[in-house]
Design a protein. Structure first.
Length: 256
């Protein structure tokens, strides 16, 4: 039996039972195990971790845990440079792109509304999500912590909130997205990019009344859906502005 002391920091405590949060606690392991196996057996997905210190020294996930080890586990650092301390995950993605699990359809629509490349399929299984996250370099957002434990996944995040608008603010805050919001440039339905079109080119896709009232139209390059600044515009604009304010991560482009 191997006996260790371990502590998780900051938001990693969200995955722990109440009696193990914000404290260093003793944990016993029966047999040989890597530090990755240990932290995930305690409920913390490896994608949430950026730095592990064992006996004050940085280690990788493959380090085998030994008796009497003192382990400190830290979350991902989005704005703090810890390069000298041996980051555990690959370099941050140069372009922020997402793929969401089947439980986050409304959040997917909101992220598209905010201009972020967001893939979502309500029939996708866990293996497909993991493969696409790796192969397309997309951050996997999920409410399933076991999904994030798959070795295929290098960039992922467990969404804490259950309300879609709060989820949006949470993701903005977690990835510091407030200053990169570009609303109304993607289709909320299919994720395709929008481009401006003249109303004469979309006759049959909009009503005569809509054509008379509005002068600016955009069309999705993928599905052909047409958008304009109707009565829904202010409501959608407000959703993005509120999420940016609540995240504290920047000033929404919508407000400029």
């Amino acid at each position: 039996m191997i006996r260790i002391e371990i502590r998780f920091y900051e938001e990693l405590n969200d995955f722990l039972p109440a009696d193990r949060r914000q404290i260093r606690f003793v944990h016993e392991i029966n047999g040989r195990a890597s530090v990755k196996d240990v932290v995930e057996s305690l409920g913390v997905p490896h994608t949430e971790i950026d730095l592990i210190l064992i006996n004050s020294h940085p280690v990788d996930f493959q380090r085998i845990v030994r008796d009497q080890d003192r382990i400190s586990v830290y979350p991902t650092f989005e704005s703090l440079d810890i390069t000298p301390l041996n980051r555990l995950r690959p370099e941050p993605l140069r372009v922020t792109r997402f793929i969401l699990d089947v439980h986050l359809g409304r959040l997917a629509a909101f992220l598209r509304l905010a201009g972020f490349d967001t893939e979502y399929n309500n029939k996708a299984d866990d293996l497909e999500l993991a493969l696409r996250s790796r192969n397309e370099q997309r951050i996997l957002l999920t409410r399933d912590r076991n999904l994030l434990k798959r070795n295929l996944i290098t960039h992922g995040y467990f969404v804490r909130n259950i309300a879609p608008r709060k989820q949006l603010a949470e993701v903005f805050r977690r990835f510091d997205l407030g200053l990169t919001v570009q609303p109304f440039r993607r289709c909320m339905r299919c994720n395709g990019l929008l481009h401006p079109v003249d109303k004469t080119g979309i006759r049959g896709l909009i009503s005569d009344i809509t054509a008379r009232i509005y002068s600016e139209f955009h069309q999705c390059r993928s599905c052909g859906r047409v958008f304009w600044k109707g009565s829904h515009y202010d409501k959608l604009k407000g959703i993005i502005d509120r999420a940016v304010r609540d995240s504290g991560s920047g000033v929404s482009e919508v407000s400029r």
